[in-house]
Design a protein around this ligand. Structure first.
Ligand code: BGC
Length: 412
């Protein structure tokens, strides 16, 4: 007995020193049911590898509040391991020299060959990968409750703006809310992405939102786009102000409202509520934008962290681009994978459409960055646009004044 104890003591003294636990701290704005479920897939994968997940959720769609939180952390010299980020924000942080160089992992795992160029433009800075793209969302989508549409006598999918307005009208007259909407600037801007594409077409969208051409920003077409926003406003209920986007999705899911215009993260809410694509709900492109895709990709920007945290950060970056994960995550999130080699087998009808639309738009040059979600202009201009769009939607300025202000917002 004594001999045994002694043996154990000797063995213990030769055992490897206890390693510090590997951990990642991840800042994001995925706080809705569908978003949290999708993030859970990544968290689970990391935990299976023994990496602890320290969650830093900062609520607020579009990520504005999250960006404020990151600024505070970076200024204090204590950045998180990874931050959910959109387009131009990644480039802004990269410029400040605070992001990690992921080239070694990217080369080993072939990111250059599998991630679409449109995303790489934002993931790389001076030839170096600084962030890991997790998905491709797009904003020109409409979500509809099929039972509500049937009750209202809307029998076919609206293909033009006029047909859409007629359908909204029927739904409202049948006693439902026509359009479920949350009155927050980023949500109004999300709707505006699709409205501008539908009204002016692809070239106009590019001239206005990518080239910031003042003649396009302050044009009759822009005025017409704002008039259409005013048209939509008539189908929104009186309690819309400040409502979160997922609450608006919930109104379509529960059959209170007929439609919601929202990026395909909305599908995550339908899936989470066990609703079946094309049976319980329909998804279609904002009428007039068929064939076009206004995309935004969520990426995890990797910050320069202490040497003790690099191994865990690398594991996170690797996990994000892993093909099996890209499928599992995006099925839940509502988005398309950020790699072109992920099969669509596991995706529902809307997911398959998202993947197909993306590939086709990419080929035919009809893929544009979403203005509302940081893929057309830097945050400073985006926020100035938000302000104009919201004031017009709330009737504080008319369409003509809004178009004038869009042009001056871009100049400043
Ligand atoms: C992000 C989505 C997110 C949505 C609402 C978008 O900017 O790209 O991932 O679900 O905001 O929070």
């Amino acid at each position: 007995m004594k001999k045994q104890v002694l043996g154990l003591l000797i063995a213990a003294s030769f055992a490897a020193p206890v390693m510090a636990e590997e951990a990642v701290e991840v800042l994001h704005w995925w706080t809705s049911g569908g978003e949290a479920a999708a993030l859970g897939v990544l968290k689970g994968n990391l935990e299976k590898q023994g990496v602890k997940w320290n969650d830093m959720p900062v609520a607020g769609g579009g990520g504005e509040q999250a960006m404020t939180a990151v600024r505070a952390r970076v200024t204090a010299g204590n950045p998180p391991t990874a931050v959910q980020m959109l387009g131009f924000d990644i480039q802004d942080w990269a410029k400040q020299g605070v992001l990690s160089d992921l080239n070694a992992i990217a080369t080993k795992e072939g990111w250059d060959k599998t991630v679409p160029q449109a995303l790489q433009k934002f993931s790389k800075y001076n030839g170096k990968w600084v962030s890991a793209p997790v998905n491709v969302h797009s904003t020109n989508w409409v979500w509809a409750n099929k039972e509500v549409l049937a009750k209202a006598g809307v029998t076919t999918e609206p293909k033009t703006w006029e047909e859409f307005v007629a359908a909204l009208d029927k739904v409202q007259k049948a006693g439902f809310i026509g359009l479920a909407h949350g009155g927050q600037p980023w949500q109004e801007a999300t709707v505006f992405d699709g409205v501008v594409l539908a009204t002016g077409g692809l070239d106009f969208y590019k001239k206005a939102f990518i080239d910031l051409d003042p003649k396009a920003l302050n044009s009759d077409t822009m005025v017409k786009s704002f008039d259409r926003m005013a048209q939509l406003r008539k189908y929104v209920d009186k309690d819309f102000s400040g409502r979160d986007w997922n609450v608006a999705s919930g109104m379509v899911i529960s059959g209170k409202a007929g439609f919601q215009i929202m990026g395909d993260w909305a599908k995550g809410e339908f899936v989470g509520a066990k609703k079946v694509a094309m049976k319980d709900f329909a998804c279609f492109r904002t009428p007039g934008t068929q064939g076009m895709v206004s995309f935004n990709a969520d990426q995890f920007a990797m910050f320069k962290v202490g040497a003790d945290k690099v191994a865990a950060q690398n594991k996170l970056a690797t996990a994000i681009l892993e093909p099996g994960f890209q499928s599992a995550f995006n099925v839940v999130k509502g988005s398309a994978p950020a790699r072109t080699d992920v099969p669509d087998t596991a995706f529902d009808a809307c997911g398959k459409k998202a993947i197909k639309d993306l590939a086709e738009a990419n080929k035919s040059d009809k893929l544009v960055g979403s203005m509302a979600h940081g893929h057309a202009v830097p945050a400073s201009i985006k926020n100035a646009f938000y302000d104009v769009i919201t004031r017009q939607f709330n009737g504080q300025i008319d369409s003509k004044k809004a178009a004038v202000e869009m042009a001056s917002a871009a100049k400043n």
